[in-house]
Write a protein that binds this ligand. Structure first.
Ligand SMILES: [Zn+2]
Length: 78
């Protein structure tokens, strides 16, 4: 298992996620984002806006995603 926190994944808090693959990690982060979104947390809303801006540029989004994936792969196993 590897550990990344919300901030490392483009979010806004220190909540940690544990996953075996980056895809799993992305799902956990997304689920957390949805949950926090319902609470209208200002920091997370801002973070999410940034990601949404990125999504308008598929190339930039792909690069961002690849970068995070590399970061994940470079992490030591827990
Ligand atoms: Zn968070």
């Amino acid at each position: 298992m590897k550990t990344m926190n919300c901030k490392q994944l483009g979010g806004a808090c220190d909540k940690e996620f544990h996953a075996n693959t980056f895809e799993e990690m992305a799902e956990l982060s997304k689920a957390h984002g949805m949950e926090i979104f319902q609470q209208q947390d200002k920091d997370h809303l801002e973070a999410m806006n940034k990601i949404q801006e990125l999504m308008k540029e598929p190339k930039a989004m792909a690069e961002w995603f690849e970068g995070k994936k590399k970061e994940f792969e470079a992490l030591p196993e827990d």
